[in-house]
Ligand binder design. Sequence first.
Ligand code: FAD
Length: 461
Amino acid sequence: MTTSPSPVHVIGGGLAGSEAAWQIASAGVPVILHEMRGVPGVKTDAHHTDGLAELVCSNSFRSDDWEYNAVGLLHAEMRALDSVIMSCGDANQVPAGGALAVDREGFSQAVTAKLEAHPLVAIVREEIAGLPPEDWDNVIVATGPLTSPALAEAILKTTGEESLSFFDAIAPIVHADSIDFDIAWRQSRYDKEGPGGDAAAYVNCPMNREQYDAFIDALLSGPKAEFKDWEHVPYFDGCLPIEVMAERGRETLRHGPMKPVGLTNPRDPTVKAHAIVQLRQDNALGTLFNMVGFQTKLKHGAQAEVFRMIPGLQDAQFARLGGLHRNTFLNSPKLLDRQLRLKSMPRLRFAGQVTGVEGYVESAAMGLLTGRLAAAQAQGRELSPPPPETAMGALVEHITGGHLEGSKFQPMNINYGLLPPLEAPKVDPEGKRINPKDRGRAKKRLMSERAIAALKAWRDA
Ligand SMILES: Cc1cc2nc3c(=O)[nH]c(=O)nc-3n(C[C@H](O)[C@H](O)[C@H](O)COP(=O)(O)OP(=O)(O)OC[C@H]3O[C@@H](n4cnc5c(N)ncnc54)[C@H](O)[C@@H]3O)c2cc1C
């Protein structure tokens, strides 16, 4: 007689938890999904309904272009793995050009109905207000950026201070190959060697007085995103938005993140820059650099325009724009293993935004993966995450290892900079020369093809 595996418990019925529950049940393993919305008097500050997979803000899953856009690639990978979030998104799409946008109510109702109808899924409306009971030996915590305070407190006690953040302070991140090194140069302040022996760890972008003045004017006049009451971020020095620093005085940034001291422009050592913007390597691959100290509440639309005023960044491509949000997330590179389990308590797996990915699709993708990993564990099967050449594998790599040691871990959307780099092709498959300005695009296409092939090989193995 065969015994059926004991159930996996999923805490949180958002994007990640719903997808995880679907994947577990689809693998033939029973799952109990615990969602606190629906309990009278229990809510989050952003959700408005009791529906599973509620979209708290925009109704867009962003670009659906798998060939040239990293989030579109993630859509394609998830579709190839029978994602319930993608199938319900596709069934409820509304016109949005090249993006996948959905009717939010229809989408959430469709996900809820699919899970309710599945014979292996039980949905329990309750808050898990502390660590899950000891006899739950295979648990996925997918409680999102607004994890209830009682559970957040319990996690904090288990993992220790510094291991759980309640706000993100995000500086923009630039693709290294879009920085103009005819203007920028590499040097650490006072040529100070880092622990790895590198005295040229930073990228420096110099400004003269006129350029600095114009930049400060643009910062001060640019449109800013408003905080909602409940998400008000307690500003502390070290994470002040740059426009708030500029409001405190036009010279403040020159004495803060843009100070020009200890740096010499190799192109003309006699000319002293009036201000210097520094960028620091952000991932182990060296494909991404963050703008040091440039966390900002400028609206996304304005950011690219303002930051491209910085000499050397005039053609910058941003892997991520800056922000400051309320967001509960783990210091995952320190705490999680490659199976996304808490190293100190492996019966707990984490999924979704709480792991330090950012966005609806990325959260759901991590739910998909942890669902498959938890189901494999319940069935006594070995399963590793997909390889880093895939968008999903690249996200796992970012949250568990690819992040550069020593720098503060911050949440990240999927982008091509997280995937192992490829040389931009000079000729197309027919041997025709590719115009240099189109080579970046051709490279994305190659990376996407590589990703889909690697994902299918992983799925079918
Ligand atoms: C205000 C806000 C706006 C955002 N806007 C966007 C956007 O426009 N586009 C985008 O791509 N991303 C956005 N995000 C980021 C992120 O993509 C979403 O938060 C996304 O919903 C994260 O998915 P998740 O499954 O990790 O968490 P969620 O979807 O939030 O799901 C977590 C679930 O866990 C439940 N829960 C929490 N604690 C407990 C507990 N102790 N016991 C039981 N259940 C619990 C919650 O009720 C919730 O249903 C936004 C985030 C916030 C906070």
